[in-house]
Design a protein around this ligand. Structure first.
Ligand code: ZN
Length: 265
């Protein structure tokens, strides 16, 4: 397995997305590419050259796998599919979101589908159709935007769901991955410890959000309390995560919505 880091229009501080190539390092064989991400022509040329070198060595791309539908993960999917003849494969919920953007998913992947050496693990939370890909031979897991090697993961209530996100992190942990391969940043070796850290961090934030609730208050006011430890320029993004926490707290019977404001249940 190897990563090709390509510049993408992603969320700072990240600037690049890693496309992962899964297949033999030497000799001929099948190759699977996960998240051919970049929409930039010069970066697509880098990717094409890398795939041509693989083809010269007898390694043929058998599938273009997508973790989820976000633009910084799918930018070169159509180009790679056209260049190699390989089908684009993704979860049906991802396929539905890409249909209107001219990206055609020819191969729907359900939870636990086996794709070459990889097993699909459906992990909704950051995006509804998010898939992780577990390499059965090594136990390494390609984790897309479930975990980040640089920056943090946004759970935006438009696309994401905090209840699902926490459940998906727990499921990933239960599979005991040996390493996490994120879309942004380097490989994470201490996989289970990192997943525990992610869950603990979200529950810490949830506790702060719950503690900030009282009389009806706006999200803007709640961010200043619950994210007091976060630099103010990040508060607009933090407000999205805060709302995802509030939706979960409402579902758990601990918060209630009053117009645009939120209060203790
Ligand atoms: Zn994403």
């Amino acid at each position: 397995m190897r990563a090709i880091s390509l510049a993408t229009p992603t969320l700072p501080p990240a600037t690049h997305t890693s496309a992962y190539l899964v297949g033999p390092d030497d000799g001929p064989g099948e190759l699977w590419i996960v998240d051919p991400a970049t929409p930039y022509p010069d970066q697509q040329a880098v990717l094409r050259a890398a795939l041509d070198a693989e083809a010269d060595a007898g390694r043929r791309v058998a599938g273009v796998l997508l973790t989820h539908h976000h633009g910084d993960h799918v930018g070169a999917a159509t180009m790679v599919a056209a260049h190699t003849g390989a089908p684009i494969a993704a979860h049906p919920l991802t396929a539905a979101r890409l249909a209107g953007r001219g990206i055609e998913v020819a191969w729907p992947l359900e939870d636990e589908a086996q794709v070459g050496p990889l097993t699909c693990v459906w992990t909704p939370g950051h995006a509804p159709g998010h898939l992780c890909f577990l390499d059965r031979a090594t136990g390494a897991m390609i984790v897309g935007d479930m975990v980040a090697g640089v920056g943090t993961i946004l759970v935006d209530p438009d696309d994401g769901d905090m209840t699902s996100y926490l459940a998906s992190l727990a499921r990933m942990r239960a599979l005991g991955p040996t390493a996490l391969l994120p879309a942004h940043g380097p490989m994470i070796g201490a996989a289970v410890a990192k997943l525990d850290e992610y869950v603990a961090h979200r529950l810490m934030r949830e506790a702060r959000v719950a503690a900030a609730l009282g009389a009806p208050a706006s999200i803007r006011a709640l961010v200043a309390i619950a994210y007091a430890d976060t630099p103010a320029p990040l508060w607009p993004l933090a407000a999205r995560s805060l709302e995802a926490h509030l939706v979960k707290l409402e579902r758990d019977g601990r918060a209630r919505r009053i117009g645009d404001d939120w209060a203790l249940a």
